[in-house]
Design a protein around this ligand. Structure first.
Ligand code: UD1
Length: 371
């Protein structure tokens, strides 16, 4: 029997590993339990609202290994994951580890595995923002450079990896595991009561999420963020659901900016997966700096305004409903006017975002000689 360990660390990882776990279970039901698929949670995100609720919503089993890493500087977090994950690898001796996305746990676990001669598969490989000031960009480049199997979500990822000289046989265009989760759970998402819970049943509303250091670790940017949110809430008379990341709340509080938000802004704790996607699905538009939400809104064909200078997910702009407007919050206003007039681009769904990415990955892993 082959032993595979998938790593989850932070919130955006859970919805990528959930469909893989289901695909391995399906494979085993047909092929007589030939793969043991285990899950290691590093604990980079650790509280109920950033972690546990996702295991419940996505029907993930309790992790087989929990490393309890928690917060810290990048070096501390990465180093602690490596030390604890090495112990797991030495005792479990897996044939392959699977890492997803671009968080610190992704590079920490892949680096630990390759040094022990254990093969690594990277899901969501090849994405590049071109901005090396983003910690995630460094994590992506390094993880791809040491992985044995590179599973790619969009055409730009294939081009980036080829451009970096990655051998063709390592690269596989499989589609998007995060969209697998979205498609799988759509019927349950529809049943969410989040609109009643937030008293926005008949309201037109916007969803806002901001957590990138470039936006929320900077006092001026935080003030600009608040001004834009207040403009939308007051001038456009739209409710705004703003589920704030712990980093964002901490920084708004420290800057004394929490009091200045319009009454039309519903500031909440982080929201669980099913409820959050329901909110996105029915929103008038999205204001964000997230990576994953650019993809989820593209699949749902909801206009998204991304307040960043770069995106590692260009298909959401070229094909989907995403607008990348740069890092000045005021530059969102002309796009908001276009959306309010109904003149926004409608967007299409990128190739292979069809709910079957995890099945493709499991098939390729089985055919490959790496595990
Ligand atoms: C991380 C990822 C980022 C991803 C984001 C999604 C890296 C480098 N960054 O950023 O790619 O888009 O997650 O959420 O890996 N905190 C809590 N509770 C938690 C988790 C975090 O209070 O459950 C607090 C921590 O104390 C810390 C802050 O949030 O101060 C940031 O957490 P951290 O893991 O450092 O990075 P994120 O900003 O969440």
């Amino acid at each position: 029997m082959k032993k595979i360990i998938s790593v989850v660390g932070a919130r955006p990882n859970f919805m990528k590993v959930a469909p893989l776990h289901k695909a391995f279970a399906n494979y085993n039901s047909v092929n007589g339990n030939s793969i043991q698929h285990l899950i290691c949670h590093t604990g980079q995100h650790y509280d109920e609202k950033m972690s546990k609720v996702f295991f419940d919503d996505l029907e993930l089993p309790k992790p087989d290994f929990y490393l309890g890493i928690g917060s810290g500087s990048h070096a501390e977090q990465t180093a602690r994951v490596m030390i604890e994950f090495e112990k797991i690898l030495l005792s479990e001796k897996p044939d392959l580890i699977i890492v997803v996305g671009d968080v610190n746990s992704t590079i920490a676990c892949s680096l630990t595995a390759v040094k022990l001669g254990i093969k690594v598969a990277h899901v969501e490989a090849g994405l590049r923002s071109g901005d090396r000031a983003m910690p995630e960009e460094i994590n992506r480049i390094l993880t791809d450079s040491i992985s044995d199997l590179l599973f790619v979500t969009e055409i730009s990822g294939m081009e980036n990896l080829r451009h970096e000289g990655v051998p063709e046989e390592k690269i596989h265009f499989v589609g998007n595991c995060m969209i697998d989760s979205l498609i799988h759970y759509l019927p349950k998402i529809e049943q969410s009561n989040i609109h009643s819970e937030l008293s926005i049943n008949d309201a037109k509303y916007v969803v806002a999420t901001f957590h990138r250091p470039s936006n929320v670790d900077n006092h001026e940017q935080l003030k600009e963020m608040n001004s834009l949110l207040n403009f939308v809430a007051e001038e456009k008379n739209l409710k705004i659901v703003f589920p704030a990341h712990p980093r964002t709340i901490k920084n708004l509080e420290a800057a004394g900016l929490l009091g200045g938000l319009s009454k039309n802004i519903i500031l909440t704790d982080p929201i669980g997966y099913l409820d959050f996607i329901k909110l996105v699905k029915d929103a008038k538009f999205i204001l964000t700096d997230s990576g994953g939400i650019q993809e989820e809104s593209t699949y749902l064909k909801v206009p998204c305004i991304t307040i960043r200078t770069t995106t590692e997910r260009p298909s959401t702009v070229d094909i989907g409903s995403n607008y990348l407007i740069g890092d000045r919050f005021t530059d969102a206003i002309p796009v908001i006017e276009i959306i309010m007039k109904g003149e926004n681009k409608k967007g299409n769904i990128p190739e292979l975002w069809d709910g079957s990415a995890a099945d493709r990955i499991v098939k390729i892993i089985n055919k490959s000689h790496v595990s």
